[in-house]
Write a protein that binds this ligand. Structure first.
Ligand code: ZN
Length: 342
């Protein structure tokens, strides 16, 4: 089969399209013919490498996979060849107290397909049977692949960790990002007023089409000043952040008393200073969030199939253009997900 392989960390040149042996499913695994695989920020980290983190090189990236079942392992039940499926990207032990409580993303051995084992930037991928979610004919593979990682992350941030309530003012940073474009929809669905930051006027228009009530072009305006104006100087109840250092201090200042900030990652930088006085005087909550549980993704997929939540596809490109997809993402030219068609 053809697969994108990373033998060493670095720039887009380290993404090599190679021909390697077809993978074989173990007894409790399933072999998938990949039809579409979305690119995430995680793919950029896997490619570049992260100091202090080891990846199982050489490896195939790609965490958001949709395709068709080709072969099932000997002990797998309820899944058949030719089933249309999307893959839940989280890997966990299924035995620990976190897993058994339905919080598999808190499992000590938690991993992600495309980060801790080979992913879907390939013609074939083997995944655990427990990670399979069937999808209907009406959902295109390119749309299905645009859902798992970003919508799962957004749901867990906005609903589970952020505890959004009807009437809340929610600031979503980077509304054009995969997580941002999902978080806008999840917050709106739960009755919030959504303010989002974007880098271009075109992205502002698209964010409003997804339901954002107010948009702030952060290249032209200071988001803190504008969000204060929009909320009548009250500040916001909830900040959804995947940007990090560039927006940290002002995001905390923008929270009203009892406000919550949920962070799921850093596209700008991870070292910040925090004025702790804001946190105790205003009774603020600073919350971390990584992925979400399998049951949350099942819930999200149901809402996607009912067209309540809409996958946001920026562009669809062939697998051999994976390097260009990474470059487009690094240049922040995308709105929503860049999907590789296999
Ligand atoms: Zn576990």
């Amino acid at each position: 089969m053809k697969a994108v392989r990373i033998h060493e960390h670095g720039g887009v040149d380290v993404l090599k399209l190679e021909t390697i042996d077809d993978p074989k499913p173990g007894p409790d695994e399933v072999l998938i013919e990949v039809k579409a695989c979305a690119v995430n920020h995680l793919d950029l980290w896997v490619r570049r490498g992260i100091p202090g983190q080891r990846f199982p090189l050489p490896m195939t990236p790609g965490s958001d996979i949709a395709g068709v079942v080709r072969e099932v392992g000997s002990t797998v039940k309820g899944i058949r060849a030719r089933d249309r499926v999307v893959i839940q990207p989280g890997l966990s032990c299924h035995r620990c107290s976190s897993c058994l409580a339905g919080e598999d993303n808190l499992c000590r051995s938690y991993g992600i397909i495309g980060e801790t084992r080979d992913g879907g930037c390939a013609e074939l991928v083997v995944v655990p049977a427990i990670n399979i979610i069937p999808i209907r004919e009406s959902l295109a593979f390119e749309e299905a692949a645009a859902v798992p990682l970003t919508f799962l992350t957004a749901w867990h941030m906005v609903v589970t960790r952020g505890g959004v309530r009807p009437g809340d003012d929610v600031l979503v940073h980077a509304g054009g990002s995969g997580v941002g474009s999902a978080a806008i929809q999840v917050a709106k669905l739960n009755g919030a007023r959504v303010i989002t930051t974007v880098g271009t006027d075109n992205k502002a228009q698209r964010a409003r089409e997804l339901g954002a009530d107010d948009t702030i072009n952060h290249r032209k305006y200071d988001f803190y000043t504008e969000a204060r104006k929009i909320t009548g100087k009250r500040g916001v109840d909830l900040v959804i952040d995947s940007v990090g250092a560039d927006v940290w201090h002002k995001s905390i200042k923008l929270l009203k008393a009892g406000g919550r900030l949920v962070t799921c990652g850093v596209t700008s930088g991870f070292e910040v200073t925090t004025d702790i006085r804001y946190i105790f005087f205003r009774n603020l909550s600073i919350l971390g969030s990584t992925m979400g549980s399998k049951s949350e993704l099942l819930h999200v997929m149901r809402l996607v199939e009912r067209k309540v939540l809409k996958p946001v596809v920026d562009s669809v490109v062939p697998l051999d253009k994976v390097g260009e997809a990474h470059k487009r993402m690094e240049a922040r030219k995308h709105f929503g997900k860049i999907v590789l068609k296999v």
